[in-house]
Design a protein around this ligand. Structure first.
Ligand code: UDX
Ligand code: UDX
Length: 428
């Protein structure tokens, strides 16, 4: 198939490279000229396991190319919208990139001969494809959706760090459409991938994505809250999960208690859902609490640090880990950002280290933050160490000998850690 993908971000580039690898001809369209040049230069603008090789293979085999020119859509059968949908300051979803890309696709479709299919892959609040994307496409193309062109919603469930693996081994494929034939065409993109296919209408497909992320976030805040209770009872929540998680109705995944969830999706999708339900006249109390519990994990850790060091003013605090999770350089909504902001506010000197995310962190963090070249250098001469991302290299006992350590990611077994350092786990 000839496929155009709008957006060379995590979702767009992973989908494009994966589809090119399966033998499709794919053009990725991005408004960022630098990204276009990077992709055409066989490089990946983002750090993601296996992505650079997949991009390079695609470019070399002429199955993948990047451009800034929307007219390239004309030569394709199907367009996947994969632009970002960040949060507005009030928590609502910023749909401006969705609107702009839909308008641009619409303008091109005016000249398109034959049927075209447009697929929304970005996470959008339920109702967006029908209420925002379709009107923009119709207005700018002068054509009718579901008659002159097909529209589908096909949410992505990619986890950063293992995104290509997730693409080829999904738990399920969800396709929402209104006419059957459009959904069939989208389903063809997944030929050869073995997973249950769930066909729904467009708005239900949008909701499936939101509910998946809301549930994952709820599991995390649930276990963090239980951890906070366990800690006060002198119980290790990780032992509790061993006893609970074997219940097949509950499971063990996403029950690693810690400093809380971050990333480009969970926090923003949850805020978006809370905001839209409020607009619908319903207060999503549980989901609001999930966000609150998550934010409080960082605040709680800071309170523990303040109690230990008495006064943070002038103290040196080492922060190990800036990325929102290991094996990525992504710092979007990373708990470390808020922790560092609070530490600086209390007058602490912050020395940070992350094996991958320091260049990204430098561009958003206060210039007061000092960066170390190694974990060893970061922990040297500090008053305490906070572990905020579970990179494998932080599971090294030697780093913490004799130190005051606050483990936000369970990089060490508490009982053992207490033998060689002054150790506290955040929720255990
Ligand atoms: C994706 C999804 O789009 C989002 O809805 C989901 O919830 C998380 O994952 P992501 O791939 O992380 O977002 O976005 P990002 O890495 O910001 O990439 C978006 C790309 O789209 C950027 O390369 C940007 O330059 C491009 N873009 C944005 C356009 O080409 N056109 C636009 O109008 C806006
Ligand atoms: C998430 C969803 O998992 C994915 O399906 C969706 O498409 C995009 O959003 P991602 O943002 O890559 O993926 O991160 P994920 O692996 O889900 O982790 C989210 C956050 O939860 C991270 O900050 C991680 O450290 C934290 N987490 C995860 C925990 O604190 N404990 C756990 O047990 C699992």
């Amino acid at each position: 198939m000839n496929i155009s993908v709008i957006g060379a971000g995590y979702v767009g580039l992973v989908s494009a490279a994966a589809l090119a690898g399966k033998g499709h001809d794919v053009v990725v369209i991005d408004t960022d000229e630098g990204r276009v040049r990077t992709v055409n230069g066989k490089k990946s603008p983002i750090f993601e396991d296996g992505l650079e090789e997949a991009v390079s293979d695609g470019i070399e085999s002429n199955r993948l190319k990047a451009t800034g020119d929307y007219d390239e859509i004309l030569a394709t059968d199907i367009t996947l919208i994969c632009v970002g949908t960040p949060s507005n300051p009030d928590g609502s979803m910023d749909l401006s990139c969705i609107v702009e890309s839909s308008k641009s696709i619409g303008r091109v479709l005016r000249a398109k001969k034959g049927r075209h299919t447009v697929v929304v892959r970005s996470t959008v609040v339920p109702g967006t494809t029908r209420g925002v994307v379709i009107p923009a496409l119709e207005q700018h193309s002068g054509r009718k959706a579901h008659v002159d062109f097909g529209v589908a919603m096909n949410p992505e469930f990619l986890q950063e760090g293992i995104a290509l693996r997730c693409y080829f081994n999904p738990d399920r494929i969800v396709i929402g459409d209104e006419d059957g034939a459009t959904g069939d065409m989208v389903q063809q993109l997944y030929e050869g991938i073995s997973a249950p296919v769930i066909r729904t209408d467009i708005t239900t497909a949008e909701m499936v994505k939101f509910v998946s992320n809301a549930f994952l976030a709820t599991k995390l805040s649930f276990i963090n809250e239980i951890g906070n209770i366990c800690r006060r009872l002198g119980i290790d929540v990780y032992d509790v999960v061993k006893g609970v998680g074997l219940d097949y109705r509950i499971g063990r995944s996403f029950l690693r208690a810690g400093i809380g969830f971050g990333g480009s999706c969970l926090p923003k999708d949850l805020k978006g859902l809370v905001h839209s339900s409020r607009e619908l006249g319903y207060r999503a109390q549980l989901l609001e609490s999930v966000l609150e519990v998550n934010q409080n994990q960082v605040v709680n850790m800071l309170a523990m640090v303040c109690e230990k060091l008495v006064d943070l003013d002038g103290k040196t605090v080492c922060v190990l880990g800036l990325a929102f999770k290991p094996d990525v350089d992504d710092i979007r909504n990373a708990p470390a950002l808020e922790a560092i902001r609070l530490l600086l506010e209390k007058g602490a000197l912050v020395k940070a280290y992350d094996p991958l995310a320091m260049p990204n962190a430098r561009s958003v963090l206060s210039p007061e933050v000092q960066y170390a070249r190694t974990a060893e250098e970061a922990v040297a001469d500090c008053d305490c160490v906070l572990v905020l991302t579970e990179w494998d290299e932080f599971r090294n006992e030697r780093l913490y000998q004799g130190k005051v350590v606050f483990d936000g990611r369970r990089v060490m077994e508490p009982a053992r850690a207490r033998m060689f350092c002054d150790f506290q786990g955040i929720s255990w």
